[in-house]
Ligand binder design. Structure first.
Ligand code: FE2
Length: 244
């Protein structure tokens, strides 16, 4: 079994190693670590001893933020903002809600939920100066990736297992457009920051979560009968990180 000291030393060595990697190699290393964290959290490593599983999870969770820009250190849970975002007007939310409803028939299944990418209103709002100013004030320089997805969890059993997102959604603004609850329970968004209790979030319509989706493992638990969730997700990259 790996001791806590060995695991901590490994985190340091992975962090040092990453300074010598190209951007593409670093993306690969991030991907491997995220798969490892997601796999352990999803219960895919049951044959491995609990101590080793915990050590592997801790190493992956601690290493991911170290491979990324320095701004993340100010946000130990990965959460930059949670609540009704001052960066979206009521008109923005109404336009997003309307476009999301209209796009549902052409949503495509991705893993265990439905997605529409690049709808024009969502893309335009994701590029708004108000959002860019808010993000720059809070995390430093960012660049929009022009990635805007409508997400639908509107059948029983939809959800997404623990994962971290790709570079296009390094910094993610996730906004709830509608959460129609069921009397049989409700799905929730859970973040798994290292060495801390999992953070359980229930976004209300109009509320946003701004978080480092590429360094904090997160999931949406499964929907139940009569539950319906529509979200919109905007992607950004942070600039000026320690390795850029
Ligand atoms: Fe995600």
């Amino acid at each position: 079994m790996a001791s806590a000291e060995e695991a901590s030393a490994l985190v340091q060595r992975l962090s040092q190693l990453s300074t010598d990697l190209t951007a593409a190699e670093r993306e690969n290393l991030k991907f491997l670590l995220s798969m490892a964290a997601g796999g352990v959290l999803s219960g895919h490593a049951q044959k491995i001893s609990e101590g080793l599983r915990e050590s592997a999870l801790g190493t992956a969770q601690h290493s991911l933020p170290k491979l990324l820009a320095g701004a993340r250190e100010k946000f130990p849970t990965g959460i930059v903002f949670y609540g009704r975002g001052p960066f979206l007007s009521d008109e923005d939310l109404a336009a997003l809600d309307q476009e999301s409803r209209g796009c549902r028939p052409r949503a495509e299944r991705f893993l265990d939920h439905y997605v529409v990418s690049g709808a024009p209103v969502a893309r335009e709002i994701s590029l708004s100066p108000t959002i860019q100013e808010f993000l720059t004030e809070n995390v430093g320089s960012i660049t929009p990736t022009r990635r805007a997805n409508y997400l639908y969890y509107d059948e029983p059993g939809l959800g997404i297992d623990p994962h971290v997102d790709k570079d296009e959604f390094s910094l993610n603004i996730l906004t709830m457009l509608e959460h129609r609850a069921s009397n049989q329970g409700r799905s929730e968004l859970i973040l798994h920051p290292p060495d801390q209790e999992a953070v359980h979030l229930h976004l209300k319509a109009g509320e946003s979560l701004v978080f480092f989706a590429d360094s904090v493992t997160h999931q949406r638990t499964r929907t139940v009968a009569d539950e319906e969730i529509r979200l919109v997700s905007f992607g950004y990259r942070t600039l000026g990180g320690t390795h850029e």
